[in-house]
Design a protein around this ligand. Structure first.
Ligand SMILES: Cc1cc2nc3c(=O)[nH]c(=O)nc-3n(C[C@H](O)[C@H](O)[C@H](O)COP(=O)(O)O)c2cc1C
Length: 409
């Protein structure tokens, strides 16, 4: 699947044979460019011999799917031993996998990232005591000799079998810029998110539209809220199109408090390496009041960068007028290969269950949405979704991918 802009192409994993050859500027502090391992894809997934409890099985799936660097650590009478290291973990430690698996966890940390004995002791104590622990350790699992990510945030959690017996620990690692644990990095984002979904907190934030949305758009907001996706909503009728709502995941992921960002424009997520061409694509979507998608570089509050597979959609009121814009942010590791939706249609399909399918089929579109016709517009880049329809002819800047409303089909 293509990307919204070629500007993202520099963020693919560089080859390990020559890790410094990557053309991207070295000043960039980003977790998205890690790990640097040539045979990253060749590492087998961790296959547990025992039947894991549902919660831990789901966690393992999330770690594997999102390629989170992690190790499986077993406790023996005298030691804590690594029985599996993911590709990201191997790359982060900068050691051959043969020297990691089967070796003492502490020894690997000391050799691989020069972790202090005190930090190793704390992590090992938590693993032995079967306690969850988040700990920032001095020692870089970033690019070799990187000055930008001098610390690594570890997160350890015990895994149990279906009968509740502790088996071993999953230990994830995330390069971070500062010694303080960042809430957004308490666990690698996806790791945390899988966890959160399994243990839903009783309180979470909901957006209550203060303008009456058409059925379809109100349904989109509900679907996103139900699944606790990362998104934000802005009000174009207010000066500078400010944020009027951010989801809990947005707060977790970016590290900003609601109070800090409500009422300001989303451009604060951009930074020195964000491509202006990518931002042009967003400007285009806003100007044309159309769905669009672009993959661009954004920054968290702690300065670490992430690739944002950004989806923008206007939310219309019952008369068809744009009431809000909604932006759905999906963190991706590699803009070239991740099969994320190019349009709102595919986004909605991804979110839908059977009951919602019925809802979308019955929902009344706003008048402006009905106007769209099934034509191939010159210049419109439509990804090969079977049965996908194109919006009205328009001039689209290079790199723009447009989406249409499901009702238009
Ligand atoms: C709903 C919504 C969400 C947005 N989310 C992001 C985002 O996640 N990342 C980003 O870089 N820009 C995002 N933007 C774009 C910026 O807010 C802004 O529109 C863009 O920088 C172009 O405007 P400017 O030229 O005034 O900066 C979002 C815009 C809207 C309307």
């Amino acid at each position: 699947m293509g990307v919204g802009s070629s500007a993202c192409k520099g963020f693919m994993y560089p080859q390990a044979e020559d890790p410094e050859k990557d053309a991207a500027p070295r000043s960039l502090s980003t977790v998205t460019r890690l790990p640097f391992l040539s045979a990253f894809e060749d590492r087998p997934d961790f296959t547990p011999v025992d039947i894991l409890c549902e919660r831990d099985l789901s966690l393992l799936k999330a770690l594997t799917h999102h390629r989170t660097p992690f190790a499986v650590v077993e406790t023996t009478d005298s030691d804590t031993r690594i029985i599996y290291a993911s590709g990201g973990c191997v790359a982060g430690m900068g050691m051959p996998v043969e020297s990691i698996e089967g070796t003492s966890f502490g020894a690997v940390l000391k050799k691989g990232i020069h972790a202090s004995q005190a930090d190793v002791d704390r992590l090992e104590a938590a693993i032995r005591a079967k306690q969850d622990l988040s700990l920032v350790v001095k020692g870089s699992t970033g690019k070799r000799n990187s000055k930008n990510v001098p610390y690594t945030q570890f997160y350890t959690t015990t895994v149990t079998d279906a009968g509740g017996q502790p088996l071993y620990s999953f230990v994830s690692l995330q390069p971070v810029t500062g010694a303080e644990a960042e809430p957004s990095q308490t666990m690698p984002y996806r790791f945390r998110r899988a966890w959160t979904c399994l243990k839903p907190s009783s309180v979470w934030s909901l957006f209550t539209p203060y303008k009456t949305l058409c059925d379809v758009d109100s349904g989109l907001v509900t679907a996103l809220q139900d699944r606790r996706e990362m998104f934000c909503i802005t009000d174009p009728e207010l000066y500078d199109n400010p944020i009027v709502f951010v989801s809990d995941d947005f707060v977790d992921m970016t590290g900003y408090n609601r109070e800090e960002i409500n009422g300001i424009n989303c451009r604060f997520l951009q930074g020195e390496m964000t491509s202006t061409e990518d931002v042009d694509v967003i400007r285009y979507g806003l100007k044309e009041e159309t769905d669009m998608r672009v993959c661009l570089l954004n920054y968290r509050k702690n300065g670490t960068a992430f690739l944002n597979q950004f989806n923008l959609s206007p939310l219309r009121d019952t008369s068809g007028k744009v009431a809000f814009f909604i932006g759905v942010q999906i963190e991706v590791e590699d803009a070239e290969v991740m099969p994320f939706p190019t349009t709102r249609q595919t986004l909605q399909e991804m979110l839908m269950d059977e009951e919602e399918k019925d809802f979308w089929d019955d929902a009344e579109p706003a008048p402006a949405q009905e106007r769209a016709t099934v034509v191939d517009a010159p210049g419109v880049k439509s990804e090969g979704m079977e049965g996908e329809v194109k919006s009205e002819a328009m001039v689209v800047p290079a790199g723009v991918e447009t989406g249409v409303h499901p009702r238009e089909g």
